[in-house]
Ligand binder design. Structure first.
Ligand SMILES: [Zn+2]
Ligand SMILES: [Zn+2]
Length: 389
């Protein structure tokens, strides 16, 4: 059978599979089919690599006017530059990696595994002996590519500790963090950390994320974002950050008393960086924070929510924490360290800063009450009723 006939035969088999009525087959049987098809996919990749090697070495691409096999792959197979150059590299390296070639041709490992082993062979050079290849192929048959990468790092650490250190130093140099405010006022974060920095951040965020409560409808990414803000807030609140301009760093909100008491027609409050925020957000931030009243240049009575004397004094905070122990919202187990003292009747509306008007709420439930429009009632024995909007 000639080659064209072989490809036709593969195509016609795939055509037969594509028209098979899957509803007539048990869903469980699809598992075996997946395994079989993955293996066939691996074998197809092996054959593509084998033919690419011949194509590359003997300049089969030249007839069409392409200058390199990589350029030809990008042009004719629509591959990205990175994917095309990876395939050419793997094709070249696999020639001296018989065990890897065989495992891929047998369908036992994927192209991704073979590519990792090929790159390792390039890095190890003469240190890549049959013994090392055998270790990696055995591991590749059992592990996903990420775990295989860990095995490779251990192996390289034994054989080339200096190079591993250089790689880690390079990864460290590539760290960056962008924090930029968009025109709409939202902050965007984009960044990259080395292994150690990423692990430190991940560990801190994980401890703040904890398993979600039953009523917690936030997505995992929203919970991670909240954890990151909590990390910053607890640093600011804890007063452990170095002083800036002779003051401990803090968030400052400037707000007219009219806005704080929600008078119709009042202007927005202003957060640090002159960012206008809704009155209800200012009321939430003012609920537990220190407030300094002052008269603005325009003569209107204003307040700065910031660093000086706290609305809820230290001793009262401590008593409240002893009483409530954590967020009082039903079903919430957020500990006291991550809560705000909420005034049931806002102090701007004349609510007193007394224990029978104060309740601990976590940041999420505090937001429920202010921006979310929930109403709270506190009974004589501190039983809390939360009424949805
Ligand atoms: Zn509040
Ligand atoms: Zn809560």
């Amino acid at each position: 059978m000639d080659l064209a006939g072989a490809f036709q035969e593969i195509d016609s088999i795939l055509d037969r599979l594509a028209v098979e009525d899957l509803n007539s087959l048990p869903a469980e049987s699809m598992g075996d089919d997946q395994i079989a098809l993955q293996r066939i996919g691996n074998r197809v990749q092996a054959e593509a690599v084998r033919r690419l090697r011949h194509f590359d070495r003997n300049q089969g691409y030249a007839a069409s006017g392409a200058l390199t096999a990589k350029a030809w792959l990008r042009w004719k197979c629509n591959l990205t530059g990175a994917a095309a150059s990876d395939q050419v590299e793997v094709a070249r390296q696999l020639e001296s990696l018989p065990l890897t070639s065989k495992a891929l041709a047998d369908g036992d490992i994927s192209y991704r595994h073979a590519s990792l082993i090929a790159r390792t062979a390039e890095q190890l050079g003469e240190m890549m002996e049959a013994h090392a290849e055998s270790i990696l192929v055995t591991a590749a048959k059992e592990l996903d590519p990420l775990r295989l990468r860990y095995v490779i790092l251990h192996l390289r650490h034994c054989l080339q500790p200096d190079e591993i250190l250089d790689d880690a130093n390079e990864a460290h140099e590539r760290r960056f963090l962008y924090l930029s405010q968009t025109f709409g006022g939202i902050f965007r974060i984009d960044g990259q950390l080395d292994a150690e920095g990423g692990a430190a951040l991940q560990t801190a965020l994980d401890s703040l994320m904890r398993p979600p409560a039953a009523d917690d409808e936030r997505t995992a990414t929203q919970r991670r974002a909240d954890a990151m803000v909590e990390l910053a807030r607890s640093q600011l609140d804890g007063g452990r950050l170095p002083e800036v301009g002779g003051q401990k760093p803090h968030l400052t909100v400037t707000v007219d008393i009219d806005t704080l008491t929600k008078q119709p027609g009042s202007r927005a409050a202003e957060l640090e960086w002159a960012q206008p925020i809704p009155a209800e957000t200012a009321r939430r931030l003012a609920c537990d924070a220190a407030v300094t009243p002052f008269f603005s240049e325009a003569g209107s009575e204003s307040a700065q929510i910031g660093p000086t004397s706290r609305v809820v004094s230290g001793p009262m905070q401590r008593t409240l924490k002893l009483l409530d122990k954590g967020c009082r919202f039903a079903g919430c187990d957020c500990p006291a360290a991550w809560t705000d003292a909420h005034h049931i009747k806002n102090w701007a509306d004349g609510g007193p800063t007394t224990l029978d008007n104060l309740v601990l709420l976590c940041r999420r439930h505090h937001r429920f009450v202010h921006e979310g429009g929930w109403t709270l009632e506190l009974g004589p024995n501190r039983e809390l009723v939360a009424i949805p909007p």
